[in-house]
Design a protein around this ligand. Structure first.
Ligand code: 13P
Length: 337
């Protein structure tokens, strides 16, 4: 996949963005699913975990988050002293919408002993009801780290929870939510792709359904997949079972390898909303500012910090001691928080 040709108008917008970025002392973060031109423009492109880590550490005054709303919210949760901008306010996440704080509170009443593990693809309010967050890069590790005698409520992605349960041998209480883009990737589509490209390895995201994952040679987060393809010999080809945006970076970083998207339907409409013009307008007008009410933010931060502490990076703000204590009850071994 080649970089899209840059016409004069795009070049001009890029120059304007560069000037505005300096003026505002901004950093531009882009998720691996963003359009190629946004990925190429960003200071950092990464998966949810990498971008959370950068948001927690950056010294920039403004974070322009090219991703979806929960990602910008997470950046604010970790860096409330900064201005976090989401260039398109409508860029949400269908998976995150599957769980409300009220529903999680109800489930907690039904399972009072459970440790609540919440995928970062969730609202700040849901994170505030959580003991520890996870991303697809660390869901297995986080689940594994929790004492076996504690039940685990896994919110809101059924497929990721099911995958973590399978790998760890734990019996999780799963939520009835999914990412429609990944969940729609059928076994039939993967089998068809394998027939078309029989020599290609199949790599897939754990938000895909369990039946489809059976056909994968490697399962991992977007950064996990990037690392995996890098480790494979020159000339290897891959059928990629995740949002098609990832292929841009894969191909750019691995010109000696070949990538095929597993299905033409692997496009997340939310992730494709932000254009160069939106980024420029965002910096110009300082829009759309994402904030979270302080009580919710502090409780959500405790859950995100618990995850970051587990993976080696914590934000600067001290987490709420209540959630920290609750969580520590459930952890085991030397890595326990
Ligand atoms: P990653 O954490 O693998 O980047 O995935 C984020 C996501 O939203 C997947 O749909």
């Amino acid at each position: 996949m080649k970089n899209p040709p840059q016409d004069a108008a795009a070049k001009e917008i890029l120059q304007q963005i560069a000037v505005l970025k300096k003026e505002r002392e901004a950093v531009i973060l882009a998720h691996n699913y963003q359009s190629p031109e946004i990925q190429d423009l960003a200071d950092f492109t990464g998966d949810s975990l990498e971008l959370s880590r950068i948001a927690a550490k950056t010294s920039a005054k403004v974070i322009v988050f090219c991703g979806v709303r929960f990602m910008a919210e997470t950046a604010f949760i970790l860096s409330p002293e900064k201005t976090v901008l989401l260039p398109v306010l409508e860029a949400g996440c269908t998976l995150a919408d599957y769980a409300t704080a009220e529903q999680v509170r109800e489930m907690k009443k039904k399972h009072p002993d459970a440790i609540v593990v919440t995928y970062v693809n969730s609202s700040a309010e849901v994170k505030a009801e959580t003991d520890i967050c996870c991303t697809s890069a660390n869901a297995v590790e986080i689940v594994r780290s929790i004492n076996r005698d504690r039940p685990i409520l896994f919110v809101p992605d059924y497929n990721l929870g099911h995958y973590a349960a399978k790998v760890t041998g734990r019996d999780l209480i799963l939520w009835d939510g999914c990412c429609p883009t990944h969940a729609l990737l059928s076994t039939f589509a993967v089998a068809k792709a394998k027939k078309k490209w029989p020599k290609a390895q199949v790599i897939m995201h754990p938000e895909c359904k369990a039946e489809a994952l059976e056909l994968a040679d490697y399962v991992g987060s977007t950064s996990g997949m990037l690392k995996y393809v890098k480790s494979q010999p020159t000339g290897t080809s891959f059928i990629v079972g995740t949002e098609a945006g990832l292929l841009h970076r894969m191909q750019k970083e691995n010109p000696d390898k070949v990538f095929y998207v597993a299905s033409e339907y692997l496009i997340c409409p939310m992730m494709k909303m932000i254009t160069l013009k939106d980024v420029k307008t965002s910096l110009e007008k300082m829009q759309h500012v994402i904030t979270v009410e302080e009580d919710i933010r502090a409780r959500a931060q405790a859950a995100v910090d618990a995850m970051l502490r587990y993976t080696g990076t914590v934000s600067k703000q001290p987490p709420s001691s209540v959630a920290e204590t609750e969580f520590s009850i459930g952890m085991e071994g030397k890595d326990a928080v």
